[in-house]
Design a protein around this ligand. Sequence first.
Ligand SMILES: Nc1ncnc2c1ncn2[C@@H]1O[C@H](COP(=O)(O)OP(=O)(O)OP(=O)(O)O)[C@@H](O)[C@H]1O
Ligand SMILES: [Mg+2]
Length: 323
Amino acid sequence: MISPALLNVDALSLVFKTRSGPVHTLDRVALAINGGEMLGLVGESGSGKSVTAYAVMDLLDDSATITNGRILYRGADLLADAREGKPSLRGKAISMIFQNPRAALNPIRPVGKQIADVLRAHRNMSATAAQAEAVRILMAVKIPDPQRRARSYPFELSGGMCQRVMIALALACEPDLLIADEPTTGLDVTTQAVIMDLLKGLARERGMATVFITHDLSLAAEYCDQIVVMHAGQIVECAPTEALFSEPRHPYTRKLIAATPQSDSEIQTIATVPGGLPDLSRVDLPHCRYSARCEMYEKACDSAPLPLRAVGAGHTVSCWRVK
Ligand SMILES: Nc1ncnc2c1ncn2[C@@H]1O[C@H](COP(=O)(O)OP(=O)(O)OP(=O)(O)O)[C@@H](O)[C@H]1O
Ligand SMILES: [Mg+2]
């Protein structure tokens, strides 16, 4: 029997209730990741990367309704478990690093104590043991002089240090799956590399799986095993990294890659593709949400249901026109 993926997001659709009506934010989002792997989730701003992460973490508020699909963790259906009131795995087996590290930290508590709090809550440690373990974790995320830094408040630390503290907090629960939402945005290139190497090392040493959400295609190319490209709440293409860059199939992926600056560039934002994202509150949303921007568009795209076609090993594309 083939063992299930560590995380399998299966045809997940999600609608936000807003004052102006329902917004169809996610449409049959699918991705799968195994232990030790790093998956890059890329796409321009507003494409639904964070919302997908929040759905997995069960962090959505009441305005969001999951209208289709499943989230499977080691084969167990997390959405069904939540409905039945089973204890959540989120925070323990699955941790997340948020987009803005300084805002996610408590400004009036030393960072070592914040990590110790998590250790006491999740791993049932005594105060003394938790404090010692917090210092050990700060060392593991390569914070210099961790004993002293443990006593620092977030405002005393640089952006890169705060990000490492966030990673330390996420790792305190020894998660099997880490969702890192733009963990290196706003950091200089050297610090970026330190953080990415750290995450990669944890994947190797502990078999931790990482969903790496980013705007930065070149960073994803360098570190990820597979890449999932999102556009307006839909997955347009998914492939092993090598195949995605050598043989991109979806017109959107091709545009993104063609427009991506070289990795030594200072520009870290994902390239802009002409035309904006469609209005997701429209009642007549096309099957393919890229169709209005697509140079391969033809009339039949309006009626053809969006396929998820295999075009190579682990390589799928959501376009019926692509050969
Ligand atoms: N609570 C909410 N109510 C209504 N719409 C929402 C809500 N939260 C997010 N959205 C919408 O969902 C869409 C996807 O947002 P999301 O934050 O997932 O994008 P993203 O891909 O993470 O973008 P970025 O790269 O800028 O972080 C956006 O159009 C956003 O406005
Ligand atoms: Mg986001």
